[in-house]
Write a protein that binds this ligand. Structure first.
Ligand SMILES: NC(=O)c1ccc[n+]([C@@H]2O[C@H](COP(=O)([O-])OP(=O)(O)OC[C@H]3O[C@@H](n4cnc5c(N)ncnc54)[C@H](O)[C@@H]3O)[C@@H](O)[C@H]2O)c1
Length: 292
């Protein structure tokens, strides 16, 4: 962690301590009882062992946690991102731990490149059984400044590749007799987030995508669901937006007092990917601590 990150982390931790000063029975010194992966009793999904999973935007944030979580279940994980350094580092780390992981560099805005990457992943790991459409970018924008070119770029970054990734993996899932597709939505299209209108609109569109594909692909036993995260404390959020005031305000909206962490989202993704969720499709599943 570099100096700026450390300072932000300290500030953030102090804020949390002041907001949620409760003690955990298991970790008497921690004010935050159930936020760390190590402090949770986590489930195992035998059906994910050996399954081929493709995660977009898997090099950092929630996507990275999803990649790690699938690898820990024994899945064969392929992940795509435009962050070469982070992607290669994660791939190396997981492979060194004995996991099956493959990183491919790709800008998902390039639909042709996405098609090629999906084919390459299937060739390297086997037919994709689980697709997690996760990559996005929540840069803030003022409605008055949005140009048609910026609008199109935001839609390409936050929604278009979800469609084309499904189009690329669906034939293999149909041949295999089933699959699970999980699209990441966002709390921002459910509540009054005014400072990222194109992102929020693209995220709202994900729900239509999910329901439409769930109807069309359901007969092939392909399940399609949306996971809707609340405000999740990734490194990027902590560095860019999670000021003490903003975080305090948000925690007051939640029913639960602790911030949502990437691991909480990843756990729901695992469930929906697994055979445990065999009859779950066409819906939104929230991980927002009751904030909506
Ligand atoms: N963090 C939150 O509070 C939050 C809240 C609601 C929804 N979400 C959703 O969860 C998902 C993950 O969010 P996050 O906070 O981890 O984001 P993040 O910005 O931390 O990570 C996104 C990853 O996607 C990659 N990516 C972005 N654009 C790409 C492109 N064109 N091609 C390839 N890779 C690309 C980035 O390099 C990055 O590794 C997103 O769909 C986001 O909308 C996040």
């Amino acid at each position: 962690m570099h100096k700026k990150s450390r300072a932000i982390h300290r500030l953030w931790q102090n804020t949390l301590n002041s907001i949620a000063p409760r003690k955990s029975a298991r970790h008497p010194t921690s004010p935050l009882p159930i936020v760390q992966r190590d402090a949770m009793s986590l489930g195992t999904y035998p059906s994910l062992n050996g399954r081929v999973v493709m995660v977009t935007g898997g090099a950092s944030g929630i996507g990275e946690e999803i990649v790690r979580s699938f690898a820990a279940q024994g899945a064969r994980v392929g992940f795509v991102d435009l962050e070469a350094f982070r992607g290669e580092r994660l791939e190396r780390e997981l492979q060194n731990q004995g996991h099956s992981a493959k990183f491919i560099l790709c800008d998902l805005k390039d639909a042709e490149a996405l098609k090629t990457v999906t084919a390459n992943l299937a060739e390297a790991l086997g037919p994709v059984g689980v697709l997690v459409n996760n990559a996005a970018n929540d840069d803030r924008h003022d409605w008055a400044d949005v140009t048609p070119a910026y609008f199109d770029e935001r839609v390409a970054t936050n929604m278009r590749h979800f469609f084309f990734a499904i189009q690329a993996v669906a034939p293999g899932m149909i041949s295999a007799g089933g699959g699970s597709i999980i699209n990441l939505g966002s709390i921002s299209s459910w509540q009054d987030a005014g400072d990222l209108p194109v992102y929020a609109a693209a995220k709202a569109a994900i729900h239509g995508l999910t329901r439409s594909f769930a109807r069309k692909l359901g007969r092939h036993r392909i399940r399609v669901n949306t996971v809707v995260p609340g405000w999740v404390m990734t490194e990027r959020q902590k560095q860019l937006w999670a000021t003490p005031e903003a975080l305090k305000h948000h925690l007051q909206r939640q029913c639960l007092p602790d911030p949502v962490q990437p691991v909480h989202v990843a756990r729901l993704v695992l469930f929906l990917a697994s055979d445990d969720a065999a009859m779950c499709t066409a819906h939104n599943y929230m991980v927002e601590a009751g904030a909506i």
